[in-house]
Design a protein around this ligand. Structure first.
Ligand code: HEC
Length: 162
């Protein structure tokens, strides 16, 4: 009887030990997995499109211009696709990627200031002209959509879209 108990309890201890061993092994494997450097991370980080605030290859004016373009003042993204922008974008106008290769700086400026000078029927708002605008809220009468500084910044940004 005593013999049986001894054998039984040692079998019990062995099986406990096994469980613990496996548990410990798994725990170690997990700890190792957690401390292994994530090889896939750099690729993922690079794959995330750059936001205006992180695009450090742009000059500060151009960066500010990109922020204006996607802001409530600019709202260019209502109608245009802007490279590497993360938010929703419309396509009533041509994508602005590559615009600086298609048009001269002057041609871009004319269009942003007042696209009606190129196409009288354009749906693009005149960003730096108040000529002929009707139904303007008295609060904004006589004001252009963009300030002179914002216009300069937007043009600086567009000039980077080669
Ligand atoms: C309501 C829609 C709309 C908004 C908002 C808008 N655009 Fe446009 N844009 C157009 C359309 C449509 C055209 C194509 C030419 C045309 O129909 O006048 C155009 C043309 C352009 C062009 C010439 C592109 C080319 O390849 O010929 C530029 C540059 C441009 N827009 C810049 C801007 C910028 C910068 C903003 C924001 C500050 C803006 N647009 C906001 C509709 C819009």
């Amino acid at each position: 009887m005593r013999d049986f108990f001894l054998r039984f309890s040692s079998a019990f201890i062995v099986s406990l030990g096994l469980h613990e061993g496996v548990g410990l092994g798994l725990g170690l494997a997990q700890a190792q997995a957690q401390t292994q450097p994530r090889q896939d991370m750099p690729a993922l980080v690079n794959a995330v499109p750059k936001d205006a605030s992180t695009q450090s290859d742009l000059s500060s004016d151009a960066r500010a211009g990109k922020a204006v373009a996607v802001s409530r003042e600019g709202q260019c993204t209502l109608c245009h696709q802007i490279p590497e922008h993360l938010g929703a974008m419309g396509d009533l106008g041509p994508p602005l990627g590559g615009v600086a290769s298609r048009l001269s700086a002057q041609a871009i400026e004319v269009r942003v200031k007042d696209s009606r000078r190129v196409n009288p029927y354009t749906i693009m708002p005149p960003y730096f002209s108040t000529d002929g605008l009707s139904q303007v809220d008295p609060k904004f009468k006589g004001q252009t959509l963009l300030s002179e500084a914002q216009l300069r910044q937007v043009l600086a940004y567009l000039s980077t879209l080669k």
